[in-house]
Design a protein around this ligand. Sequence first.
Ligand SMILES: N[C@@H](CCC(=O)N[C@@H](CS)C(=O)NCC(=O)O)C(=O)O
Length: 201
Amino acid sequence: MKLVLYYHPGTRSQRVRWLLEELGLDYELRYVDLFKGEANTDEYLALQPLGQLPAMKIDDDVMFESGAIVQWLADSYLEKGFAPALDSPLRRQFDQWMYFAVTNLEEPAWEIMLHSRILPEDVAVKAIVPFATQTLLKALTVLDKALQGKEYMLGSGFSAVDIMIAYILMWYPEHVEPFSNLKTYAEKLRQRPAYIRSTQD
Ligand SMILES: N[C@@H](CCC(=O)N[C@@H](CS)C(=O)NCC(=O)O)C(=O)O
């Protein structure tokens, strides 16, 4: 199977690259420079109609949405142990936290990012930031509690869910800092050789 990841450092495409590294797969990395508008060319929009990263080609097929790609990869290489099988009771926990990562965790985190760091002054709505921060802190509280007495989100060990969650935690070390379980978790994940390889550009 030929895998081509359309990638820009620091973007959600890093989640996919991290898992590809964990899986030890051969893949091609195609840099798409967001800052030079390369995600808005007709060629790239044919792969990802919103002009966002990541997109991934799988032979002649194409897929987008980082969470869906991560889940598809983990399921396609189930024997490598990054997702529980569909008939395992752990799968419910896996699905639950996968969705939590892209909704309750990522949504407020992205709102804060947009309105405090990305959008131009005349477009940003600063009043959104305190509410989104409060919502993010609620999500972090839930995760911190879920990690009590555990090394990873699933009691069975490291999985693709940890990639989905940790990628967002790394945006806001200052908000993670007061949560002792989350802080230890994020620090440990940051030291994984596959994570380190996924950040080397
Ligand atoms: N839900 C999508 C979000 C993708 C996304 O927003 N990617 C950002 C970079 S992290 C992007 O490409 N933004 C450019 C744009 O929206 O124009 C996913 O997880 O793949």
